[in-house]
Design a protein around this ligand. Structure first.
Ligand SMILES: Nc1ncnc2c1ncn2[C@@H]1O[C@H](COP(=O)(O)OP(=O)(O)O)[C@@H](O)[C@H]1O
Ligand SMILES: [Mg+2]
Length: 498
């Protein structure tokens, strides 16, 4: 069914997308998530990746594409052209036509909590990728509180939050600067402005109170309590005051400087071009919700070129996008949307497992492509991350394993596919003097696909006539047979028929 503009408006979850030896893999399976593993050059991008991208585009999905390599923009331009979706592709890049101001988008109605949540998630993901370890809870809480109070202060003082103000304030916190410089600092100025604002509110409030009420508020304690109860801003300022002049000031200098640096280092990266103009100021020419109308947003800030800031921005937009997609109403608009990450380890954050768990009900078809499990471990909290990584992978129902030399990944794939009984024939020789031998058959249990088989899979190219092999594992009943996996071949020259 389509609307007046020719846009598809109803989406059938049972629409078959891929035929695996006579079994239909449908939109329902797509929104349960896909993980593709394989060594460099194994055919992840040009084999299974290409096929899925073209199928999703042909079926009318909207989507978000995160990029690690500079050639991904061209690739998606080709995909969109091949699938008749050229008009829907929106490329967000330095010097391009699109900008998105995340502060105004997230801070609508003075909602500082959303901004805090976004900043903190990205900073944490960024720190985790840098140190390879999940920070301890103390550090997380302290950073959280710092971000919260600085944003509140900014909002109280100026009625809006800008990155430059946040940055200036964090540079001039009490305890960092001495003497006269304190009075000149951005923190002090913001604090004075906030105080002034709240004072004004208190004066107006007092004038509006009856003499009886004021008489009841003789003690300072009762007065303060009434002020805080009636004016949220006054209460907020009290918290801000307590935090900066007591709690934070009492932390050791070393702890404080680590926390300050995490926050200011992150802000510093966002404040510089090209990112600043793209995501942090001015108007928004698009929003995540555009994907629900079939747009494909591609963030052309490849990690290979823009490094840390490219990653920060993409994680930030991905997180904002995930939250927006979660809020959608399927009954009104059921269009599936895809979340695409080639070299996906770059784009993970701590809430991914959580979002993935509900992605199916929000019709988010995630496709994460990565070489191996150690890549995920390194980006999801280091050595102790086994449980996190495995449970995260559990949320992606279809797993494609291409040729791989990584032992961990091959062991994981082999174990996932499972064990089976095999007939083993052995020759027994009796030792009773005369030689006689007899064949006996016994059943032995072994891995159905042994880890050593994965390095041998075909990797495409002309020598394989463009055929890329993979073992594909499904959670739930996808295949018509009793099996939960299949050996599949993907064609690097696949093009959709329109
Ligand atoms: N359209 C194509 N036709 C034939 N060979 C290709 C095509 N695209 C890529 N290749 C080759 O196929 C192999 C797999 O490439 P690729 O999909 O980029 O691997 P990966 O993404 O797993 O690193 C490489 O050897 C590459 O040069
Ligand atoms: Mg690739």
């Amino acid at each position: 069914m389509s609307d007046r503009n020719g846009l598809q408006t109803t989406f059938n979850l049972d629409l078959p997308l891929i035929d695996f030896a006579g079994s239909a893999w449908t939109v329902r399976n797509a929104v349960e998530g896909v993980q593709i593993f394989g060594g460099i050059g194994s055919g992840k991008t040009s084999g299974s990746g290409r096929m899925l991208a073209l199928k999703y585009l042909s079926a009318g999905f909207g989507g978000l594409v995160l990029t690690a390599k500079p050639d991904e923009k061209d690739l998606w331009q080709d995909y969109c052209a091949a699938a008749g979706r050229r008009e829907d592709l929106m490329i967000v890049e330095p010097g391009g036509e699109h900008t998105f101001n995340f502060l105004t988008y997230e801070g609508q109605g003075g909602n500082t909590e959303n901004i805090v949540q976004v900043l903190k998630t990205v900073i944490q993901a960024s720190e985790e990728k840098a140190s390879g370890a999940k920070q301890d809870p103390f550090w997380e809480t302290a950073l959280d509180m710092l971000i919260f109070h600085i944003i509140d202060l900014c909002q109280l003082a100026y009625g809006e939050v800008t990155l430059q103000t946040l940055y200036d304030i964090v540079q001039t916190l009490p305890g960092q600067t001495e003497g006269a410089a304190v009075q000149e600092g951005a923190f002090h100025k913001a604090y004075a402005a906030a105080l002034n604002r709240v004072d004004g509110q208190v004066t107006a409030w007092e004038a509006a109170q009856s003499t009886d009420r004021l008489a009841q508020l003789q003690s300072q304690f009762a007065y303060d309590a009434a002020v805080c109860q009636d004016m949220p801003d006054a209460r907020l300022l009290k918290f801000v005051d307590q935090f900066f002049h007591e709690t934070y000031g009492n932390l050791s200098e070393k702890t404080r400087s680590i926390i300050d640096f995490s926050f200011s280092g992150f802000l510093f990266r966002l404040l510089r071009e090209p990112v600043f103009s793209l995501f942090c100021q001015g108007i928004s020419t698009f929003t995540p919700e555009d994907c629900l109308d079939g747009k494909i947003i591609l963030l052309n800030l490849p990690v290979k070129i823009y490094h840390k800031v490219g990653r920060d921005c993409q994680i930030m937009f991905k997180y904002i996008w995930q939250r927006a997609m979660e809020k959608r109403r399927i009954a009104e608009n059921g269009r599936p949307v895809f979340l695409w990450g080639d070299e996906a380890q770059n784009f993970l954050h701590e809430y991914d497992a959580e979002y993935q768990a509900t992605a199916r009900s929000s019709r988010i078809a995630t496709v994460y492509i990565s070489q191996n499990l150690p890549n995920y471990h390194a980006n999801m909290g280091g050595a102790k991350s086994d449980f996190r990584v495995k449970s995260f992978l559990g949320t992606l129902s279809t797993k494609v394993f291409h040729a791989n030399a990584d032992k961990d990944t091959n062991d994981y794939a082999s174990a996932l596919i499972g064990e089976g009984f095999f007939e083993e024939t052995s020759r027994q020789t009796s030792v009773s003097g005369e030689f006689s031998s007899s064949k006996t058959k016994s059943l032995k249990i072994d891995r159905i696909i042994r880890p050593e088989e994965f390095p041998r899979l075909k990797t495409g190219g002309t020598k394989n006539k463009g055929r890329v092999a993979a073992y594909v594992h499904f959670q739930g009943n996808v295949l018509n047979t009793d099996e939960s996996f299949i050996k599949a071949h993907f064609d690097q020259n696949y093009t959709p028929t329109m």
